[in-house]
Design a protein around this ligand. Structure first.
Ligand code: HAM
Length: 429
């Protein structure tokens, strides 16, 4: 029968990779906790209207990339393409703003976008997403970025480029939008078909276009920073000042608009050359109108999302570093030895020792091979004679030295092995 494969752009995370995922998640949780950020777990399926309204109808994500279907209940549902809209939906739905007006929330999980799969770009990918909701103080933007960079460095990333921009607010952006539209109208015929359409639907999206001729046209376009109102200007200056005082270097990229419509004021991206074409490992920014837009009170917010797969591809260490291999393999020879070893193996696991054995009854040589393959620190060899003499040999797989271990009962064997394994672990540490 023909085998069934996974969906294009959807990837399995195999056991040998999972250790690296767990490592990164562990560091994220530790660091976020130091900054008072709490976890929120939200569904992967939402009403389509949430993303249409939150991200914006005339964005690439909503226009072309969402996995949307009509549910049996005759309602359009969408596999979330990002987490911010969902987090804000939950923040409003559960009145979190009443008990925690300034909430710091993180969530980690899969997102879905039907883009063309390529290196660093998948249709199911994962994000580490953080939102600081409730404060418009520029120190909050700086603190968020500070935490992000601290985290990226903690998992081993170097050579990061932080680019920031301000996208203005509901007051100053319309003037910029008009200016850009007028400017682009002059070159309408030279724009790609998508950008021609964007000119009427969402002209700022032209800044995201990857087509060279559109990029050329944009080289002389008006710049948002020249249109900021006094408050937005001050906010941006303050964010830059606080970043500097926290020792964070950055470049201002006046052309960065980000691909989601909810952004206001601060926008930022972290890129790295090692990722190639899909070089953004993190994107984020402020969204002061989003809570209101989604039906909540007028509450500001700022956040970011890190692409998990892209982050992992940049972590220098080899995957093996993140693998927990067994402490001990029990090579049991003969039925009685197998019986005793089965109990011993499971008793050891209860005490926190990672133990493995083989039920196939193979000879000592192949069991030793298996222990080697699993990268076990020790092998305990138990045959009929060992059971009779109540003593077995514990072989250190690295030094090849052997020690005797008393095995007159499961409990005494557990005690003896625990002592030896932990003692040697401490000495080796
Ligand atoms: P975004 O820039 O669309 O922002 O995505 C953030 C990150 O997710 C990107 O920088 C990239 O690393 C990763 N990413 C995006 N699409 C893919 C893909 N197809 N395959 C692999 N990785 C991908 C947002 O999603 C916003 N919600 C971020 C945010 C949070 N803004 C405020 N709060």
């Amino acid at each position: 029968m023909a085998k069934i494969t996974s969906v294009r752009g959807f990837k399995d995370i195999l056991p040998e990779e999972a250790g690296k995922w767990q490592y990164v998640e562990r560091i994220a949780r530790e660091i976020f906790s130091d900054f008072g950020v709490q976890e929120i777990r939200i569904p992967i399926l939402e009403k389509t209207v949430l993303f249409k309204r939150g991200i914006g109808e005339a964005t690439d994500i909503v226009e072309k990339e969402m996995y949307t279907f009509l549910d049996r209940g005759n309602e359009y549902l969408t596999l979330r393409p990002e987490a911010t809209a969902s987090v804000i939906r939950a923040y409003i739905e559960h009145n979190i703003y009443e008990t925690a007006p300034s909430a710091k929330l993180f969530t980690i999980g899969p997102m879905f976008r039907r883009e063309r799969p390529q290196k660093g770009r998948f249709r199911q990918f994962h994000q580490i997403n953080v939102e600081f909701i409730g404060q418009e103080d520029p120190r909050v933007d700086a603190e968020l970025i500070f935490m992000l960079i601290h985290f990226l460095k903690a998992v081993g990333l170097g050579n990061l480029n932080l680019e920031i921009n301000s996208l203005g607010c509901a007051e100053c952006r319309p003037r910029f939008r008009k200016e850009v539209t007028d400017f682009l109208m002059g070159s309408e015929d030279s724009l790609c078909p998508d950008c021609k359409r964007r000119l009427t639907t969402n002209p700022l999206r032209v800044f995201d276009c990857k087509v060279e001729s559109c990029k050329d046209i944009l080289s002389g376009a008006p710049l948002i920073l020249d249109f900021l109102c006094t408050e937005c200007h001050k906010h941006f200056d303050d964010v830059k000042g606080f970043l500097k005082s926290l020792g964070i270097t950055f470049d201002v990229n006046t052309k960065m608009v980000r691909g989601l419509d909810y952004y206001t004021r601060t926008a930022f991206e972290i890129t790295t050359e090692s990722l190639g074409a899909q070089n953004a490992v993190t994107g984020g920014g402020r969204y002061d109108g989003l809570v209101k837009l989604l039906g909540g009170p007028d509450i500001p917010g700022v956040g970011f999302a890190i692409g998990f797969e892209r982050l992992l591809s940049m972590i220098p260490e080899k995957d093996e570093v993140f693998q927990e291999h067994p402490h001990i393999f029990i090579a049991a020879l003969g039925d009685k030895a197998q019986e005793f070893s089965f109990l011993l193996c499971n008793s050891l696991r209860k005490t926190g020792i990672r133990a493995e054995m083989d039920f196939s009854g193979k000879n000592l040589k192949s069991q030793m091979k298996r222990s080697d393959k699993l990268n076990c620190n020790y092998t305990l060899i138990i045959g009929e004679r060992e059971l009779e003499e109540k003593t077995a040999q514990l072989r250190n797989m690295e030094t090849k030295s052997q020690e005797s271990v008393t095995i007159d009962s499961t409990d005494s064997a557990v005690d003896a092995l625990q002592g030896l394994i932990y003692k040697n672990e401490e000495e080796g540490a």
